[in-house]
Design a protein around this ligand. Structure first.
Ligand SMILES: *[C@@H]1O[C@H](CO)[C@@H](O)[C@H](O)[C@H]1NC(C)=O
Ligand SMILES: *[C@@H]1O[C@H](CO)[C@@H](O)[C@H](O)[C@H]1NC(C)=O
Ligand SMILES: *[C@@H]1O[C@H](CO)[C@@H](O)[C@H](O)[C@H]1NC(C)=O
Length: 427
């Protein structure tokens, strides 16, 4: 009897340990619809999503332990999670400009370039007098958007506008907004996350305009699968995740690729359509690096491989492909972007900070005329059309009159928003 009880006990303990393990690994998949504890952008504008003792950097990739980037967060005894975080981004406060602040229980940590500032952690009441402990969320709000350089703190349904210069606090209630579990400012917009949903709000009044809440992962995560309810067209138009590739063919049809999906816009029709890459380009499956259009074919590059599709309904994959990029274009894959300008037979290939030309009529083809460019460290996607060259980096795109202007350029031209100005998503 005693032995039986012992075995039973052991089994229970094992089952418990296993379920906890399963739970812990399930928590690490950002595509499962997670509720984040805190969100803030780093000095380079890359969002950091905190969950438990883990951190997701940017819009894709696996979770890391937060203490690998911010070791001292661990020294605090109760670190289970970060309550709130924001990046101070006020040039008028040079001592704190671009510092990241983290809130844990009653403590605040200030980091600059991933190094903890001297004297931190400090009590929240000392650094931000009038702001309570155990916060839910925090977000910076510069004077262009909040009248004064401010930080907005959230706890339950209480909202505190903290004036950075005068250190005064203005209590407000944001009536129409749910309690935020985390909040951040991205591309001049303010987002309150609640559970795995989010709402965009006016930082001064807390008003939410438009159709919210929406699914956080649809906008801020790169996933192979989304929820059943996800609207593919709306999600792909509005996603803040970088594009992998873009091209427009001679007829003026545009294709934009991201992860497992792509958007298509036909010449003379403003209606965007979305589909999976698997469905339209089965052999390629997903996640293309670069695509260019040439003589009614789509040349699609993924890692070391070149796939060629004849444009049509449906697109047909040419026999004998995929072939190696090296063999077909005379350059080692992977590459970052590629495009052909109208009426030319030259594919321009961007790899790192160099651009190469490949004469497509030549045999064998070679990548020559290597030229460095300096405007961007990394290009996500590019295309060429009657208006010149469009270069996409993250959430923005830039137009250059010609390839030469792009290569020799020393100053960035006007910045345009991908979701708004390419795909007409205004939220
Ligand atoms: C980070 O935390 C993990 C798990 O709590 C621990 O095993 C590891 O030693 C910590 N690493 C550092 C650099 O503190
Ligand atoms: C929001 O927070 C308040 C506490 O400040 C709480 O009473 C209320 O139930 C919360 N609302 C929701 C929807 O969780
Ligand atoms: C544009 O495309 C949509 C969706 O395929 C279609 O329903 C519509 O008729 C097209 N409009 C024009 C003007 O071709």
């Amino acid at each position: 009897m005693k032995l039986l009880a012992h075995i039973l006990c052991l089994c229970l303990a094992l089952a418990l340990a296993q379920s906890q393990e399963a739970h812990a690994s399930a928590v690490l998949d950002r595509c499962e619809g997670l509720e984040m504890d805190a969100v803030a952008v780093n000095e380079e504008g890359i969002p950091y999503f905190f969950k438990g003792d883990h951190l997701f950097k940017g819009f894709h990739g696996k979770a890391e332990l937060s203490n690998e980037s911010f070791a001292e967060l661990d020294d605090h005894h109760h670190l289970g999670h970060v309550d709130a975080a924001f990046r101070m981004h006020y040039e008028d406060s040079p001592s704190d400009h671009d510092h990241m602040f983290f809130f844990l229980d009653n403590k605040v940590f200030s980091y600059y370039q991933h190094k903890l500032e001297d004297g931190y952690p400090k009590d929240i009441s000392e650094v931000f007098p009038g702001i309570p402990d155990h916060l839910d969320a925090a977000v910076e709000c510069p004077k262009s958007e909040c009248d004064e350089d401010s930080v907005i703190f959230f706890k339950g349904n209480d909202i505190y506008h903290y004036n950075v210069k005068t250190k005064t606090v203005d209590d407000k209630k944001f009536k129409s907004m749910p309690n935020c579990t985390s909040a951040f400012r991205f591309m001049e917009h303010y987002y309150c996350f609640h559970g795995h949903m989010f709402s965009k709000f006016d930082p001064k009044t807390g008003e939410v305009h438009g159709k919210y809440p929406k699914e956080a992962r649809d906008y801020f995560m790169r996933c192979s699968k989304f929820s059943e309810e996800s609207d593919h067209v709306e999600r792909e138009r509005c996603s803040r995740v970088h594009l992998d590739a873009i091209t427009s063919d001679n007829a003026g049809n545009m294709y934009a690729f991201r992860g497992h999906h792509f958007l298509r816009k036909d010449e003379g029709n403003d209606t965007l359509k979305a589909d999976t890459i698997e469905n339209a380009f089965k052999e390629l499956h997903s996640e293309v690096d670069a695509v260019f259009s040439y003589e009614d074919h789509l040349y699609m590059i993924k890692d070391e491989h070149l796939f060629v599709y004849k444009v049509g309904e449906p697109h047909t994959h040419l026999d004998g492909y995929p072939k190696s990029v090296k063999e077909e274009l005379g350059i080692e894959g992977p590459i970052d972007a590629a495009f052909v300008c109208e009426d030319h037979h030259i594919a321009h290939i961007i790899k790192g900070q160099d651009i190469y030309d490949v004469e497509l009529k030549a045999s064998p083809r070679v990548a020559g005329n290597k030229r460095p460019f300096s405007l961007f460290k990394k290009v996500d996607a590019a295309m060429c059309g009657p208006g010149g060259v469009t270069v996409i980096v993250g959430n923005h795109f830039y137009r250059f009159e010609s390839l030469m202007v792009f290569i020799v350029g020393r100053a960035l031209p006007e910045q345009h928003k991908v979701s708004l100005e390419l795909f007409g998503c205004d939220h």
